[in-house]
Every structure is written in structure tokens, then in C-alpha cells.
Unconditional design. Structure first.
Length: 298
């Protein structure tokens, strides 16, 4: 279970005798590091700067005790949802210096020995949802931590066993936290987003319905499918379409057995990558972390 030391910005992960699965939104992390570095590099973006930042974040998780982890990425921004709604998000507008690091991130993570799920027809969020669903179904798994602040993933939260972790705000959101933030239980997040919209994903929701009124409607009637015909009128079909966009898929390809997620150290090609990007400290950290993993398993 991740916890946050109030005196430090670094997350720590408490080891237990049971498996804790950590699922990371690689695309979000890439954006986070890219724009975080922008504040200090005067617009002189390093070709692999954000990639290196993500890798250091993953190593930090292992140093903190993470043993089982997987990273989901958007290999391309477009997905099956673009065929359902013409305004759904695309890769347009993404800065070339950032977009150029998408595929190198996947290659670097694989070289570091991290399980990576590059999504094409699905989105990274779908992979995180599918992986969380599989991990939570395994009785060997004590907890699943989904490392992303994306409100879409709130629908995957289950009690205190499947939680969201937000690095930026240093918060952990369980089912009670979802209810407090959105006014609805996790299962109703797709319905909630269908009503209020999601500007990041490119669908507007229904005009005149805000967060408070959406929560009240869902508390009264339940899922959109149960709404009486006169509540939304002709907009009901549109709301159901938006719900389809907001509903994450549990059938995205991820892993078959949770043991596949155990990190056992970097591959032989990782040293060459670290040399290529002039980041010897990254190799040193990964090597020390791998030595610790080996000592744990003995």
C-alpha cells in the first residue's frame, strides 16, 4: 500500500507478505515529466528527457518496495472511441517534442525489464482497467494501486482494495474518496461523466447538467439505463453514447498471471540505453534495485 510522507514528495511503498500490484499510467507520466521539465529547461527539451524522468519514477517505486508492476501507454492516441464520436480526442495538438518520446518510452521500459502494455485500438486507461480487474480477481493480491489522477479510472476503485494514487497531490483515493469527490460510487462514474462531460477526452456531456445535479440524478434513479424517459428526453441516447465512451474496457490485452508482473531487473540492453541518453545514475539505481530484489527472493 503506497503511503506519503508529509515531509517529503517521494512516495513510499510498504512491503507486505501479500502481493501488491502497481499499475502505472505511462502516458500521463510522460506528459507530467515533459511539462515538469519545461519549467526548468527554458524550452530546450532533451530528446529523451521525459522518458528518463518516467524511468526514474519507476525505479523509485521499486526502491520503495514495489515488486509487481505494469505500465500502460497509448502507442497511438486514437482508439475505437474515435469511430463512435467525431469529437473524441486525437493526437492533434500534442507537441512534436513530446510525441516523439511515446515509442522510445515503451522501448526503454521494456529494456528496463518492466511489463509494458502499448495500446492501439484501446487506450492506456482500458489497459489499466483490465489489469486492475484481473489483479483484483486473484486471491493472492492484497491490493491494487492505480497510479493516475485520471477521473476515468475512479470507476475501477473497489473498497480499499483497488485504489487510485495521485503523485501530484500525494493522495490515495479509495471508494469513500471517490464518493466524496464525485458524489457517486465508483460504478456510476461512467454515468456521471456521460452527464457532465470530459473535456480532456473530447465529449461535452449534456448542457445544463453540472456535477451536483448529475450526482443528484444518479442518486435518485441509478444508472442511465434506469432513467425514466421524461428525465433526459431526446438526449437520453446521447447520454448513453457518452457513457460508452466513458466506460473502460476490461478486455484490453494485458497479462495472464499476476506473476508476470514481478520485476526481476533490467535486461542486458538497458545499459546501452542509459549510455545513449547519458544517464549513468539511472543504470546505477536500477542495478542496486535489482540486487535488492534478488536478496528478497532468496
Amino acid at each position: 500500500m503506497p503511503s506519503f510522507n508529509k515531509s517529503s514528495a517521494r512516495p513510499t511503498i510498504c512491503a507486505t507478505h501479500h502481493t501488491i500490484v502497481h499499475l502505472v499510467d505511462g502516458t500521463y507520466e510522460l506528459f507530467r515529466h515533459f511539462y515538469g521539465q519545461r519549467r526548468f529547461n527554458d524550452g530546450q527539451d532533451k530528446p529523451f528527457g521525459a522518458v528518463v524522468g518516467v524511468l526514474h519514477t519507476v525505479v523509485e517505486m521499486v526502491e520503495g518496495g514495489a515488486t509487481h508492476l505494469g505500465v500502460a501507454t497509448d502507442h497511438v492516441i486514437e482508439s475505437f472511441r474515435n469511430g463512435l464520436w467525431p469529437g473524441y480526442k486525437t493526437g492533434q495538438g500534442i507537441e512534436p517534442a513530446l510525441l516523439a518520446q511515446f515509442h522510445p518510452l515503451e522501448e526503454a521500459l521494456a529494456a528496463m525489464g518492466v511489463v509494458i502494455w502499448p495500446m492501439i485500438d484501446f487506450e492506456a486507461d482500458d489497459a489499466l482497467a483490465a489489469a486492475a480487474h484481473k489483479a483484483a480477481a486473484d486471491e493472492r493480491v492484497e491490493k491494487v494501486c492505480i497510479w493516475t489522477p485520471d477521473k476515468d479510472l475512479a470507476q475501477c476503485v473497489q473498497g480499499t482494495r483497488v485504489v487510485q494514487v495521485d503523485r501530484k497531490t500525494k493522495t490515495i483515493r479509495d471508494e469513500a474518496g471517490v464518493q466524496e469527490k464525485f458524489g457517486v460510487e465508483p460504478a456510476l462514474i461512467p454515468d456521471f461523466l456521460a452527464l457532465v462531460g470530459d473535456s480532456a477526452d473530447g465529449y461535452p456531456g449534456l448542457e445544463g447538467i453540472g456535477r451536483v445535479s448529475a450526482a443528484r440524478l444518479l442518486a435518485r434513479f441509478g444508472p442511465l439505463e434506469r432513467f425514466p424517459d421524461d428525465v433526459l428526453g431526446r438526449r437520453h441516447a446521447t447520454a448513453l453514447l457518452f457513457k460508452t465512451l466513458a466506460t473502460l474496457r476490461s478486455d484490453a490485452p494485458t497479462f495472464e498471471d499476476v506473476d508476470e508482473l514481478r520485476w526481476m531487473g533490467a535486461t542486458d540492453s538497458f545499459a546501452a540505453f542509459c549510455e545513449k541518453v547519458s544517464e549513468p545514475r539511472l543504470l546505477e539505481r536500477a542495478t542496486k534495485a535489482a540486487d535488492k530484489v534478488v536478496s528478497y527472493s532468496q
